[in-house]
Write a protein that binds this ligand. Sequence first.
Ligand code: SAM
Length: 292
Amino acid sequence: MPGRLYVVSTPIGNLEDITYRAVRFLKEADWIACEDTRTTRRLLDHYGIATRTISYHDHNETERAGELIERLEQGESGALVSDAGTPLLSDPGYRIVHAAAAAGIRVEALPGPSALLAALVVSGLPTDQFHFGGFLPSKQGQRRRVLESLADEGATLIFYEAPHRVTESLEDIAAVLGDRPIVAARELTKMYEEVLRGTAAEIGAALSARDSIRGEFVILIGKSLAPAANEVPIEDMIEALIGAGVERMEAMKTVARERGLSKREVYKLMSGPAGPKVKSPGSPTVSRGGSK
Ligand code: SAM
């Protein structure tokens, strides 16, 4: 009878963020497939887990997945972890899970931390719909194209970002998406955890003013800000376009784009009495963590 593959979430910083069940399964598994055996060994040592580790990373994923599937077919049970958080989320693991599912091997998740969800729930941005975009491309042209393609998404956008690229990405977010509410969540669950809130330009300026930008970031982008008091009301903009001969749906789409709103939000606004109420973030606010 084939064994099982367990996809195990591990801490994103604070070693206490692991479930009892994860610790027990990591102890009981025949092996633990992990990105960097030294990183995972630190976690395992912390919990007195002696299970053997097998390296499974971006560069050996395809061949290693085949070997591990054979082991599972022979009845071994294995755990898959990544360096931090939940495997497969901007981390290796897709190939082995896909292959295991295709081979009829049971795959079970042992859920736990993930930077994207931790960042989303502290962001203060809408959580009803969100789009996780992984890492933004490192090249500016591609990065801007990705942002443009998401401009009409009626959801909070979430990206992982490296510290050396965070200010460039914020510049592009400002250029492509304008003054939307942005949250930069840094070093979550760690000693220097902080959550910066403001526009992309404000947060970029605050980070650029530091001697160095360190740590791991999640960038979240909210839907557009409400129009300022001196801006023309959305309804008036639409009526003006219609008056100029633009078809109604097209007028709503144009205004949605100009105001950085989703088409759905504008349609809703035009079909109901209550308009969207989104507070301007003003200057960036920072909340910091304390002892962890
Ligand atoms: N699989 C992981 C997860 O579930 O969160 C993410 C792995 S991805 C290779 C690493 C990226 O996640 C980092 O570059 C950063 O953007 C984000 N990240 C990981 N830990 C973080 C933390 N403690 N605080 C903020 N962002 C974090």
